[in-house]
Write a protein that binds this ligand. Sequence first.
Ligand SMILES: [Zn+2]
Ligand SMILES: [Zn+2]
Length: 185
Amino acid sequence: MASLCPHCKDRSLSPSRIEADLPALSCDGCGGSLLSLVAYRHWREHQPGQAAVDTADDSLDEVKDTSIALCCPKCQHFMTKFRMSADARNQIDLCVHCDEAWLDRGEWQLLDRLALAGRLTLVFTQPWQNRVRSTEAERRAEQRWGERLGEHYERAQELREWLRGNPQAREILAYVNQVRDDIPL
Ligand SMILES: [Zn+2]
Ligand SMILES: [Zn+2]
């Protein structure tokens, strides 16, 4: 029995190739692909060393992502969502029972642009997910500082960078802190 697309539900998945030597099952309707991690690992082992990929790309958020929960086309269990990176909102669905990943249309190319195509299994680890979350939290905090400090933000940033790693940072801060007494409450 052919597996049905977890997204379209009424379309069958048919054999395709994500890369010339990486087989998958794809849906003609939505363009998504079911990728077996067994096939992926095999493909990865036969890849030459990955060159550094230029991630300076401002179109990262353009690839549409399924936000609803998907059921694995093979075993019908709910798949688990994993954030790709702090640079893209996209999530990859993984069936932890079958080791099958669902990639929405364009998400493989997105992984490639993020230099993650060769490190896909890393995305499904807790340390990676923790890092995505902490990077996002840092960015949000930084954004709030930017809003609070407004026109002074850039100078403040420079000052912070200058203090970071400065062996006399504590003394400098103590010295600068004297201005507190001159600030009206
Ligand atoms: Zn589909
Ligand atoms: Zn499954």
